[in-house]
Design a protein around this ligand. Structure first.
Ligand code: ADP
Length: 179
C-alpha cells in the first residue's frame, strides 16, 4: 500500500509538472560567495526539498544587473545595488518545490516558500532561522536573492539562464516528501 501511495504521489507530481510548475530564480549574491556561504545557502534549499534545475557560478554584466533590477531603477540605492551585484561572481540557481508544486491547486508555491526561507529584505527584520536572519546584517549585503512572484520567476530564469543550461530530472526523494 505504501509503494502504491508513493507511486500515486509521483504520478500526481508528473501531471502537475507537465501542466504548470512554479519556478523560482535564487541567486547567491557576491557577498555570499566571498564569505564562503555558497554551500550553506544551497544546503538550506536542498534540505527543504526543493529540486535544483540549474546551477552556475557567473560574473554578471552591468546591463544584466540593471535589467534584473529594472523595477528599482528610480530608487536612490540603484547605482550602489548594481555595483554590489556586479562586484564579483554570483551563484545562479533555479529551484522547483516538488511538494508544493503538487499542492499548487491550493495556491502555495515555490516562490512564496523560498521567500520565507530567505527572510525579510532587511536582515535586521529577518527572523532567526531564515538565511538573511542567520547570515546577514545589512540590507545592502543581504547575501541572497529570490524571485518575488511566479511571473518574475519566469522572467528572471529567462534572463539568467540559456536553454541548454537547465536539467530535467526527478528526485528519488519525491515519494518521501509527499504523502
Ligand atoms: P528583495 O531582495 O527582498 O526582494 P527588493 O526587491 O526590495 O528586496 O530589493 C532588491 C535588493 O535591493 C535587496 O535585496 C537589496 O540587496 C537591495 N536594497 C533594497 N533596499 C535597499 C536599501 N534601502 N538600501 C540598499 N540596498 C537596498
Amino acid at each position: 500500500a505504501r509503494s502504491g501511495r508513493a507511486s500515486r504521489a509521483v504520478q500526481r507530481c508528473r501531471i502537475v509538472a507537465a501542466a504548470e510548475v512554479e519556478q523560482s530564480y535564487i541567486m547567491i549574491k557576491p557577498d555570499g560567495v566571498q564569505r564562503g556561504l555558497v554551500g550553506e545557502i544551497i544546503s538550506r534549499f536542498e534540505k527543504k526539498g526543493f529540486l535544483l534545475k540549474g546551477l552556475k557560478l557567473f560574473q554578471c554584466s552591468k546591463d544584466l544587473a540593471q535589467e534584473h533590477y529594472k523595477d528599482l531603477k528610480d530608487k536612490p540605492f540603484f547605482p550602489t545595488l548594481i555595483d554590489y551585484i556586479t562586484s564579483g561572481p554570483v551563484v545562479c540557481m533555479i529551484q522547483i518545490f516538488v511538494i508544493l508544486s503538487c499542492k499548487a491547486w491550493e495556491g502555495v508555491g515555490v516562490v512564496a516558500s523560498a521567500r520565507k526561507l530567505i527572510g525579510a529584505t532587511n536582515p535586521l527584520q529577518a527572523e532567526p532561522g531564515t538565511i538573511r536572519g542567520d547570515l546577514a546584517v545589512q540590507t545592502g549585503r543581504n547575501v541572497v536573492h529570490g524571485s518575488d512572484s511566479p511571473d518574475n520567476g519566469k522572467r528572471e530564469i529567462a534572463l539568467w539562464f540559456k536553454e541548454g543550461e537547465l536539467c530535467e530530472w526527478e528526485s528519488v526523494q519525491t515519494p518521501w516528501l509527499i504523502e
